[in-house]
Design a protein around this ligand. Structure first.
Ligand SMILES: Nc1ncnc2c1ncn2[C@@H]1O[C@H](COP(=O)(O)OP(=O)(O)OP(=O)(O)O)[C@@H](O)[C@H]1O
Ligand SMILES: [Mg+2]
Length: 252
């Protein structure tokens, strides 16, 4: 049984899935994340922001992959400072930026390997049901997959860890528009039918507001504001202001 479940079961209403408080991440003298605070009670929260604002660094701090200071609580329990494997064991799964599937393993080997680490609700067959395309490609190696297929595999592998919190760093990067639409539908349905909370980093605003309940904006390592996704979707001027000329605006 996952470590986070008993705590969540004891105090279901009070413990946020993820509560980040005054988080700092430094690379030498440079501060990539500066006093960032964030609350994800349940459901899906998107983090948006331009290049280099500290989004990946924040994800890497949550998953224990870079040192940080401040507080990161998962269902009420402090996880900051734990090594990555212990954070993963507490129910945090990560789909990192750029996906990173193994070249030498087939789709099926990827999924079965992930399934060995955790026996939860998800099975490789369940992943094939979710992504029928992966079933067709089950004997293909990681490098033979398209960008969309690699993304499905990275998500499938993360789900097999039966996470209570799923982090995804720019999952739509490099994907064709039709695949992006399918991914949005998949994430919405996962959020609706499971208790898993999702923290989604995105530069594609349309995708972010389509999938998330609320949106946090990162500027220069700080979370400068959090708002309902619908409020951002309705405000073109704000979208332009937040993301600048490179933004893929909602409705554009
Ligand atoms: N390993 C590292 N060593 C030194 N500096 C780093 C390292 N990783 C990131 N940085 C710097 O930290 C800052 C934040 O980078 P980060 O990758 O977290 O931003 P991001 O918002 O994810 O950007 P992008 O949208 O391009 O993915 C940037 O100035 C970046 O150059
Ligand atoms: Mg990044």
């Amino acid at each position: 049984m996952r470590a986070s479940k008993p705590a969540a079961a004891r105090e279901p209403a009070t413990q946020a899935a993820l509560a980040i408080d005054r988080l700092d991440v430094r690379y030498g003298r440079a501060r990539a994340v500066q006093q960032a605070s964030l609350l994800l009670e349940r459901g899906t929260l998107a983090i948006v922001g331009r290049n280099g604002m500290g989004k990946t660094s924040l994800c890497n701090a949550v998953t224990g992959m870079v040192p940080s200071s401040g507080s990161i609580r998962l269902f009420g329990e402090e996880i900051r400072g734990l090594p990555p494997h212990r954070i993963a064991r507490r129910g945090v799964a990560y789909v990192p930026q750029g996906r990173r599937v193994w070249r030498s393993l087939t789709v099926d080997e990827h999924l079965r390997l992930a399934h060995r680490f955790r026996r939860g609700e998800w099975t490789p067959d369940g992943i094939y049901e979710l992504f029928p395309r992966l079933k067709q490609r089950r004997h293909n190696g990681g490098t033979q997959l398209s960008g969309g297929e690699q993304q499905m595999l990275a998500i499938g592998r993360a789900l097999l860890l039966d996470p209570s919190l799923l982090l995804m760093d720019e999952p739509t990067e490099g994907l064709a528009p039709i695949i992006v639409e399918q991914l949005a539908a998949t994430l919405r349905s996962l959020a609706a039918r499971t208790e898993m909370a999702i923290l989604l980093v995105e530069q594609n605003l349309r995708f972010a507001v389509d999938v998330a309940d609320s949106v946090a904006v990162m500027v220069n390592g700080c979370v400068v504001r959090t708002m309902p996704a619908a409020a951002l979707a309705a405000d073109r001027a704000l979208q332009q202001q937040l993301m600048g000329v490179h933004a893929q605006g909602v409705g554009s």
